[in-house]
Design a binder for this molecule. Structure first.
Ligand code: DGJ
Length: 318
């Protein structure tokens, strides 16, 4: 079962370190990528709480409960202070896409300096989902600053970068190049002046959906959902999809990814991070069902739940 917010150990008995993460479903296996934050939290002069960058962890599972650790598949760089991935910097929100034409795995991530003024996206590639990943470059997508971000791959193979830009004032959605290694082509600005971050994007019944958070650092705030007919169309910002205790604070967590669930009574898995600013390594994972009821997105709180068809469903979709 999932126990949202509880400590979660991998198959070796170690706490899972995959914060701000995302999942790639590839050849019947789930690969969970996220920030390894297994170090001491430092409080900087400007009251920013950080952990020196360690890199991106990868875990694999066939059931989404039991996770095998494949180590740090994109490690931070120790010896070059000017490198995007130097330990003094920030590597956040890694997401991996499979690029079928080249049979390569492409990782996109937020790379930054310790005070978040570098504000770029980094790209790395691998031949296997479990890496090792080779860092290629960072870029300012469409010429803009970029902080919280995610990527989304559509059914037609077209992929998109979704990122908070202009100091989080606006969210931008733009196309990736055919090889997924750059941004290229059309882009649109959305939620202008709304200060949304932590985007998680998915498709349902031919339409596009997003969950975002507000911008309050490591502290939780209210999630909102949004919908569009096309990725580059007009996105309508709607209400809070969360239901239950602390729904107004996303159950003390912040969105990071939405995974389609196959053969499940629940169409989607909502993944969020319950950050612990004083001890970031102990931040927890809040994974909950996500579904639609009368065209409204719903994320209900659950103390414990199962996603697979069970003899006796723990939660019914009304
Ligand atoms: C909120 C973002 O969503 C996180 O990924 C991280 O960048 C924190 N801010 C840092 O304060």
């Amino acid at each position: 079962m999932f126990h949202p917010g509880n400590a979660w150990l991998d198959m070796d008995g170690a706490p899972i370190q995959a914060h701000g993460g995302g999942i790639l479903h590839h050849e019947n296996t789930y690969y969970w990528f996220g920030e390894n934050k297994d170090g001491p939290t430092k409080i900087m002069p400007n009251n920013l709480h950080r952990i020196d960058a360690i890199g991106v962890s990868c875990y694999s599972s066939t059931n989404l409960y039991d996770w095998h650790h494949h180590g740090v598949v994109l490690p931070a760089v120790q010896d070059d202070p000017d490198h995007d991935l130097h330990t003094s910097r920030v590597i956040e929100r890694p997401k991996v896409l499979y690029h079928a034409p080249s049979q390569r795995f492409v990782m996109w991530m937020h790379v930054d300096n310790a005070v978040y003024s570098y504000a770029r996206v980094g790209v790395a590639i691998a031949e296997q989902p479990t890496g090792p990943y080779r860092y290629l470059h960072s870029l300012r997508p469409f010429g803009y600053d970029s902080r919280d971000m995610t990527v989304f791959q559509d059914d037609d193979g077209r992929a998109y970068l979704i990122f908070s830009m202009q100091h989080n004032h606006t969210l931008m959605i733009g196309q990736l190049s055919d090889d997924y290694l750059n941004t290229q082509g059309a882009s649109v600005s959305q939620f202008v002046g709304q200060y949304r971050e932590a985007p998680a994007v998915f498709k349902h019944a031919g339409r596009y959906y997003m969950v975002t958070s507000g911008c309050t650092g490591w502290d939780p705030n209210e999630a909102r959902w949004a919908v569009a007919d096309t990725m580059l169309g007009e996105w309508a910002l709607r209400g809070n999809p969360c239901r239950g205790p602390q729904a107004e604070l996303t159950f003390g967590a912040q969105s990071t990814f939405v995974l389609p669930l196959h053969n499940s009574p629940f169409p989607f898995l909502f993944m969020a991070d319950r950050w612990q600013p004083l001890s970031l390594s102990e931040s927890r994972y809040v994974w909950l069902p996500l579904y639609f009821k009368e065209n409204e997105m719903v994320i209900p709180w659950q103390e414990a739940w199962q996603w697979q068809p069970a003899a006796q469903p723990l939660l019914s979709i009304g």
